[in-house]
Design a protein around this ligand. Structure first.
Ligand SMILES: [Zn+2]
Length: 202
């Protein structure tokens, strides 16, 4: 065991990103935060004294390879390495790390098949709690989205259209009925008026 306190590399990477104003935005449509994401996986190999894999998936990115450009074994290695480092963050680190950057790191590794692996590595660490709160939050959002989906499903939309159409027809019928009634009434009125005029005449 060594007692030397080394700086957590996730902490130093996110600090550097903040200091040098890297884009860390999840879903950035301009740069895709590729430089940050690329640095994240490069660090995984560097810090384990491993060369960056020379075999990657064909990618449209020229130099900023990101996790999805790697082959599955390398992806798994990165997910493990990042999760282990996240698990070593203390609560103060988590507080200090740029929230956007931290969320982005979680998003980067949180692929369906690795959820269990990440949860196991993070366990009850501060990052583990952070993940749990993120999951709860996204579950809530998903729920809201699901409700929105239900309200906008083709079936419901069709139902709404049908109801609207029926109501429109109902209104038109009611309108037509009113007109007939009104016409009848005005017909009677007209004759009543004529009759009255006739009676008034000397
Ligand atoms: Zn960007």
């Amino acid at each position: 065991m060594n007692n030397i306190k080394t700086t957590n590399w996730i902490k130093s990477l996110t600090d550097q990103a903040q200091k040098e104003n890297w884009c860390v935005s999840c879903g950035c449509t301009t740069c895709g935060a590729e430089f940050f994401r690329s640095s994240l996986i490069k660090k995984c190999f560097q810090n384990n004294n491993l060369p960056f894999p020379n075999k990657t998936r064909p990618s449209r990115r020229s130099k900023n390879l990101i996790i999805v450009d790697l082959f599955s074994d390398d992806i798994k290695f990165c997910v493990k390495t990042i999760s282990k480092e996240l698990a070593n963050l203390n609560a103060v680190d988590i507080d200090q790390i740029n929230t956007g950057a931290l969320r982005h790191i979680f998003q980067e590794i949180y692929g369906r098949i690795y959820i269990k692996l990440i949860q196991d590595i993070l366990g009850d660490s501060p990052a583990g709690y952070y993940l749990k709160s993120m999951e709860a939050h996204s579950k809530e959002r998903e729920e809201k989205y699901r409700k929105h989906e239900i309200n906008n499903s083709p079936k419901i939309l069709e139902e709404n259209r049908r109801r609207k159409k029926e109501f429109k027809e109902f209104k038109a019928k009611a309108h037509a009925k009113r007109i007939i009634k009104y016409n009848k009434f005005s017909f009677i009125k007209k004759y009543w008026f004529k009759f009255k005029m006739k009676m008034k005449k000397p």
